[in-house]
Design a protein around this ligand. Sequence first.
Ligand code: NAG
Ligand code: NAG
Length: 360
Amino acid sequence: MAQIFSYFALLALGLPFVSALAFTGAVGFGSIATGGTTPFVVTSLADSGTGTFRDAVSVSGRNITFAVSGYVVLASPVSLSSSLTINGQTAPSPGIGLMGREISASGKTNIIIRNLRMRQGNLDTDTGKSAFNMGTASNVILDHCSVEYGVFDSVDAVGAVNITVSNSIIALPIGQQFGAHLETGPATWYRNLWVSAHNRQPLTKANTQYINNVVYNYQAAYTVADTGGLFSHDLIGNYFIAGPSTTSASDDYFQMNANQKVFASGNFLDSNKNGVLDGAAANTVGSAVVSTAPWNSGSTGLATLTAAQAFTSVLASAGAAPRDSVDAFVVASVQSLGTSGAIITNQASTGLANNGYGTL
Ligand SMILES: *[C@@H]1O[C@H](CO)[C@@H](O)[C@H](O)[C@H]1NC(C)=O
Ligand SMILES: *[C@@H]1O[C@H](CO)[C@@H](O)[C@H](O)[C@H]1NC(C)=O
């Protein structure tokens, strides 16, 4: 009876029915993930073999920590098991990164990934793969991750259920030049920094919370691609900022058709590329039907920052810590507020060391 009561109490609050959060501070639909509990320590940066990342994620139920730091150069995609926690924040400075192939949680459930750098790049010759794939996965939370140089998408989440991506950098996709593609949902995108993509920041055919994100140097940002699906969207306190590659600043909301219900509040658009943060309110979302209240009653509670505060906070803390040269490059382009930044086709064109991957 008590459980039934709390279920309805949580429903009334718009919160998922959970007994514990994925971790302290976890928010949104993916926060119901519990991850793994069996300790496993990554002790090798090799691609495969005992003590490697690939070895660590091959068995479900693990709570993974890192005794090594640096890049793992992947020779083939890595497939995660279900019920895993990946604690990138436990790696010694300067942290842990994966480069060269896709990391996939496709079809899996109950996964927590924190403080991990996932940089596919053109070391991967498979143009059908993404930096991170969680297609048809459920109950997944990514927090403080840095996802760069994606080839198909940065984040592929078609058919994904109960997803959070928070406090993360999703930047510089090099192939289709897309950010994230999520279908099914529900999904929460919270305090992320999206930089220099052609489109899909995200493409979301799902009921969605999109709160306190910063999007810079986009060609198109938040989109549903004129889907025939009927979805609800809470868009609160986001900052869209045009950059050198932005051809039409009004594509901050893109292909938002009348099948969509949108609650939009406190969003800003800085369209003038003048090196100063001086945006104006931007709460008119294409042809979407205007909602006067959020579809999810938890959304207002998550939206604790104004768009201007989100800009400061997200630039200071999004992505994996400590911030490395790739993330610093991304953040510096945003700080130019319209005067620098490019949508690229090859990570090497960043001019960073290690063929553009930077060194860890
Ligand atoms: C998604 O989360 C809800 C609780 O909010 C839960 O009832 C449902 O079973 C979850 N879906 C999956 C596929 O685990
Ligand atoms: C998983 O490992 C992290 C890092 O050591 C620890 O803080 C956390 O409590 C562990 N979680 C569980 C469920 O064992």
